[in-house]
Ligand binder design. Structure first.
Ligand SMILES: [Mn+2]
Length: 511
C-alpha cells in the first residue's frame, strides 16, 4: 500500500466536512537509510514526527505545491501523484533506476529552477523532466537522492524540498513541504533544501560513485557567457561539495528508463494526443483570416480539451511562412488560395504530444496543393505502418526510407530529383523520440532499433523554395504531416489520429 494512496482515501472522506486521521504506518516497512536519525538528532532536517498517525488534519487546511487527489479530485484519480501516473509507478521507476546503478552508487537529481522573465515577472515553471520522472514532485528548489538498498524495496529515496513557510506562500503559492515529501511523495528521508549544503556531503560520503547531471555544462544559462569566455559556465558548486572523482554522468541511465514508456505513460500520451488532435480537426472546420487568431484558437482548444498547457510554441504558418521550420511569429494574414501549416499540441501531467497538419485555408485543395499534399501523405502513412518492433528499423533507417519514398512520389508530379534535391526539399529528420520532452531522451541514439514502448514522431515534410529549379505551381508551398506514434510489437498505435489527415476528410469538414 502506498502512502499516496492511503492518504488519498482518508483525506478524501474528510472533504465532506469530517476531519481525517493520517497514518504513517507504511513508513515502518520502508528501507531505512543509514544515518537518517542522526540527521534528525543533529537538527539538520525537519523532524519527521512518527506520532503523526494520531494527528488530525482538516481537509480545508491541506495545501500542496501541486494538484493532488486530496485537493483536486477533478484532476487526479486516487493513488495518482500526477495526472495518469500513480505513486506506485514512481516507486517502481526509482527501483529500476537503483537496479541500474553499480553497488554503493547513488543518483542525485535536481529540480528545475524558476526562470525570471524580467523584474518581478517569471516564466511558467517547467519541472526538470528527469526529476519529475523519478519523484512526481512538481516544485522548484528540490533535490532527490536515490540509491540501491539491500532490502526487499530495492531502493532508498531522499527528497529535500522547500519547507512550508506561511509568509513566503502568500507570495509564491502553496508549497508541499517536508511532511508531504514523506507522506505523499514516499520519501524515506527529507529535509529543508536550504540546509542542503550541510546535509548532502554526509549523505554522499559513503557512496562509491555519484551519478548526476548537475555538474554538466549549463548550456541554458547564458549564451553571452560563451561569447565572452569561450566556454559554457560550469556548475562547480556541487562538485566542490563532494569528491569530484566520484561523479559520473547519469543522463544515459535515465534515458534507458525514459525511452521505454509504460502502459500508463502511453495511455496518458494517447489522451494528450486525442485532446490535441481534436483541436486540429476543430480548427479545420473554421475559417480564419489571420495566423494569430488560429494560434489563439488552438491554444484555447488544447486547454479546454483537458491539457495543462501547450507542449511547445506553436507554428501557425500560412503559405510560404511554412518554409521556415520553426516559424513561430504567427502574425501574418492567411490567404484563401494558400495552405496553412500548423505544428502545435498540448501537454498534460508532464507528457507532450507532437502534431503537424497542413490544410487549405478555404477548406478545399487546389490541384497542385492536393498533389503535393498527397505525395507527403502517402509517404507518411507508409512510415507510420513501419513503427513496429518486427520491422527492425531505427529512426535513421526510417529517415532513409522516407527520402526514397518522397523522391519517388515527387518525381511522379514533375520534380527533378537529381543531385541533392531530397535534402533541399526535406531538410529535417523524419522522427524524434517523444515523451516528457518534445525531443525526448536527448542523446538517445537514432540508430537504436525501435522497440515496443518507444514513442516517436513520423513527420515527413516538403518545402519548395521559390527557385526556377522547381515546378512553378509548387513554389513557396510547404507541407508537413506529423503524428505521434507508440511503437508496438506488431503494429503501431497512432496517438494523434483525432487530427484528420485524408484529403477527403479535411474537405468534408466544410461541406
Ligand atoms: Mn516533431
Amino acid at each position: 500500500m502506498f502512502y499516496g494512496r492511503s492518504i488519498c482515501r482518508s483525506i478524501g472522506r474528510s472533504t465532506s466536512g469530517l476531519s481525517s486521521c493520517v497514518s504513517v504506518s507504511r513508513k515502518a516497512r520502508l528501507p531505512c537509510v543509514a544515518g537518517r536519525w542522526s540527521y534528525a538528532r543533529g537538527g539538520q532536517i525537519a523532524q519527521i514526527c512518527r506520532s503523526y498517525g494520531t494527528t488530525t488534519i482538516h481537509a480545508g487546511e491541506l495545501s500542496f505545491g501541486q494538484p493532488l487527489h486530496e485537493t483536486h479530485p477533478h484532476l487526479l484519480q486516487p493513488g495518482e501523484l500526477t495526472p495518469g501516473i500513480t505513486a506506485q509507478e514512481y516507486y517502481d521507476r526509482r527501483t529500476r533506476l537503483a537496479g541500474k546503478l553499480p553497488k554503493g552508487a547513488v543518483a542525485v537529481v535536481a529540480a528545475a529552477e524558476l526562470v525570471q522573465r524580467t523584474g518581478s515577472c517569471f516564466h511558467e515553471f517547467h519541472q526538470d523532466p528527469d526529476f519529475l520522472y523519478l519523484t512526481g514532485f512538481n516544485e522548484p528548489e528540490a533535490l532527490a537522492v536515490i540509491g540501491k538498498s539491500q532490502d526487499a524495496h530495492g531502493h532508498f529515496f531522499h527528497l529535500y524540498v522547500r519547507e512550508k513557510d506561511r509568509k513566503a506562500e502568500i507570495w509564491e503559492g502553496s508549497r508541499s513541504g517536508t511532511q508531504a515529501a514523506v507522506d505523499v511523495f514516499n520519501a524515506d528521508e527529507t529535509g529543508d533544501i536550504s540546509s542542503i549544503k550541510t546535509i548532502l556531503p554526509r549523505v554522499l560520503s559513503d557512496a562509491t560513485q555519484v551519478f548526476t547531471d548537475i555538474t554538466q555544462p549549463d548550456q541554458g544559462v547564458s549564451g553571452l557567457w560563451r561569447f565572452l569566455y569561450g566556454t559554457p559556465r560550469r556548475k562547480t558548486d556541487f562538485s566542490e561539495l563532494i569528491d569530484s572523482r566520484k561523479i559520473k554522468q547519469l543522463r544515459h541511465i535515465i534515458n534507458e528508463l525514459r525511452a521505454y514508456k509504460s502502459p500508463a505513460e502511453i495511455e496518458l500520451m494517447h489522451r494528450v494526443g486525442r485532446m490535441s488532435g481534436k483541436a486540429h480537426t476543430d480548427a479545420m472546420r473554421q475559417s480564419f483570416t489571420g495566423e494569430r487568431d488560429l494560434d489563439a484558437y488552438l491554444r484555447y482548444k488544447f486547454i479546454t480539451n483537458g491539457c495543462d498547457q501547450i507542449a511547445y510554441e506553436p507554428v501557425v504558418a500560412g503559405g510560404k511562412n511554412g518554409l521556415g521550420i520553426h516559424y513561430v511569429r504567427n502574425d501574418d494574414v492567411l490567404h484563401d488560395d494558400e495552405m496553412v501549416l500548423i505544428d502545435a499540441a498540448g501537454k498534460k501531467g508532464g507528457y507532450i504530444s507532437d502534431i503537424t497538419r497542413t490544410w487549405p485555408v478555404k477548406g478545399k485543395f487546389s490541384a497542385a496543393q492536393r498533389d503535393l499534399y498527397s505525395a507527403v501523405l502517402i509517404a507518411q502513412k507508409s512510415l507510420v505502418s513501419m513503427c513496429r518492433a518486427d520491422a527492425d528499423v531505427s529512426l535513421d533507417k526510417l529517415h532513409s526510407i522516407t527520402e526514397n519514398l518522397l523522391a519517388d512520389n515527387l518525381k511522379q508530379i514533375g520534380f527533378d530529383m537529381s543531385g541533392k534535391a531530397v535534402e533541399t526539399l526535406f531538410p529535417h529528420h523524419i522522427s524524434h523520440y517523444i515523451g516528457m520532452d518534445v525531443h525526448d531522451t536527448a542523446g538517445y541514439s537514432r540508430k537504436a532499433v525501435i522497440r515496443e514502448g518507444h514513442c516517436i514522431t513520423i513527420e515527413p515534410g516538403i518545402y519548395v523554395p521559390d527557385e526556377d529549379r522547381w515546378p512553378k505551381h509548387f513554389r513557396n508551398m510547404a507541407v508537413r504531416i506529423e503524428d505521434s506514434v507508440a511503437v508496438g510489437e506488431e503494429k503501431p498505435l497512432v496517438l494523434t489520429s483525432e487530427a484528420v489527415k485524408e484529403v477527403k476528410e479535411i474537405e468534408a469538414l466544410r461541406d
